[in-house]
Write a protein that binds this ligand. Structure first.
Ligand SMILES: Nc1nc2c(c(=O)[nH]1)N[C@H]1C(S)=C(S)[C@@H](COP(=O)(O)O)O[C@H]1N2
Ligand SMILES: [Mo]
Length: 419
């Protein structure tokens, strides 16, 4: 189940997104068959998911680095992660930095390098695992917040070589990794199916449901990083080494990818020869963003009155405080209704109903006359825009510049329909 229902953007590496955004936003917690897949390695590692005993005894994470308490390399097994640490849950959005890349190409009229993701490289998932902070403390990392500045927690997966490097890696600031409310997890479960354990159900059913929740290989089994509020490329799947370092991860995907290069950097050759990769910071925290996922026409008594139901999603690195929509090209905005948002890290789903009176034949901002049909009736196109504001006051950009890799597109959500 699952993979076949996604729209496949590339087979090797396997990259796929949900075929319908309208379907995606029907589910507050994204089901497995609608969760995008993003891989830089030609094949998904194939650990022994059926034989958990052997996985538990053979799969380990090595922890090392230049930090107080880590003088020697430490080893933590999969079984340790399951047994020795409290199970923590977090519902959080997972967003690819390339989400909306196709929109960037369309809006700027310029070619961008990378997989042409639509607006579907995003999902909202309930994860469970051990807190990274608990694990790092257990191996001896000192519990002194003042000492974290300037250090990074580098995550690596050596199980599969990647397109541009021999392993996959990425890092986050150590302060984020150790933050008590950052909720960074070494996750072993993914609650892609939003079920409730009904009291009184027999244990077999519950066990079946629990098994359903185990991470699938393509989403990182046995263990993956979950880093709420940070872009997906730092959520290293099949993680098998954590290194505390004064430098960010040396991996290609930290150093020479996932950076918003200035719009004057026109080619990879220019980025290399002018040293841009080391001059531009790595992308980390999610920028405020929203998307119009669905626009449906409701019945209306009067032919020149258009009633629309609009729905979409929004996310940022902190909760969304409002999402506004516009049908006049951004001249005026009205607030939508947030229908779902939980905790600090989930996405927000939003909806709005609109009534638009079409002036006879007039071409207003955003309402474009397309053609007259054989009965002399006008066919018009209408564009609905969205923009989000988060609880820290960050606003979604109204104009998002081009960048070579097409990452971090956060121009307004936009969907055009015929009315
Ligand atoms: N080991 C490994 N981890 C990885 C990747 C990868 O290619 N290899 N891709 C990253 C990227 S770019 C994203 S957006 C997320 C996607 O997670 P998903 O495939 O579970 O949706 O995983 C991240 N973790
Ligand atoms: Mo990504």
């Amino acid at each position: 189940m699952g993979a076949t229902e996604l729209r496949v953007l590339s087979k090797r590496p396997y990259n796929a997104e949900p075929p319908s955004l309208a379907e995606l936003v029907k589910h507050p917690v994204t089901p497995l068959h609608l969760s995008y897949a993003r891989n830089h390695c030609a094949f998904v590692p194939n650990p022994d998911i059926k034989n958990l005993k052997s996985t538990a005894s053979t799969y380990t994470i090595k922890i090392d680095g230049e930090f107080d308490g880590l003088e020697e390399e430490k080893t933590v097994t999969y079984q340790d992660i399951l047994d020795r640490f409290p199970r923590k849950e977090v519902i959080t959005a997972l967003v690819c930095a390339g989400n909306r890349r196709a929109k960037m190409a369309e809006k700027t009229g310029r070619e961008v390098k990378g997989i042409k993701w639509g607006d579907g490289a995003v999902c909202n998932v309930r994860w469970a695992g051990a807190s990274l902070r608990d694990v790092l403390l257990s191996v001896g990392v000192t519990d002194k917040a003042e000492s974290y500045a300037g250090y990074h927690a580098c995550f690596a997966s050596f199980v599969a070589p990647c397109e541009d490097d021999v392993y996959y890696g990425g890092s986050i600031p150590l302060a984020d990794a150790m933050s008590e409310d950052g909720e960074v997890l070494l996750a072993y479960e993914v609650g892609l199916l939003d079920f409730a354990v009904v009291p009184g159900t027999d244990s077999e059913v519950v066990t079946a449901q629990m098994n359903e929740q185990r991470l699938t290989p393509d989403h990182g089994f046995p263990l993956r990083m979950v880093v709420p509020g940070t872009y997906g490329m730092r959520w290293v799947k099949w993680v098998d080494r954590i290194t505390i370092s004064k430098e960010e991860s040396p991996n290609f995907y930290q150093q020479r990818d996932y950076k918003v290069l200035p719009d004057t950097v026109m080619s990879k050759a220019m980025a290399e020869s002018e040293g841009w990769w080391s001059r531009v910071p790595s992308m980390q925290h999610l920028a405020c963003n929203s998307v119009v996922a669905d626009v449906r026409r409701l019945t209306s008594a009067c032919p020149d009155e258009v009633k629309l139901k609009v729905a979409g999603y929004a996310y940022s690195s902190c909760p969304i405080s409002r999402v506004e929509i516009s049908v006049d090209n951004g001249n005026t905005w009205e607030e939508s209704h947030i229908t779902y948002q939980v905790g600090r890290w989930s996405w927000a789903l939003w909806e709005a109903e609109l009534e638009i009176v079409l002036d006879d034949g007039a071409e207003t901002d955003g309402v474009v006359i397309v053609e007259e049909d054989s009965n002399g009736r006008l066919k018009r196109k209408l564009t609905v825009l969205s923009r989000a504001v988060d609880s820290a006051g960050n606003e979604q950009q109204l104009v998002c510049k081009w960048n070579l890799r097409g990452v971090g597109y956060s121009g307004p959500g936009e969907r055009t329909v015929q009315v």
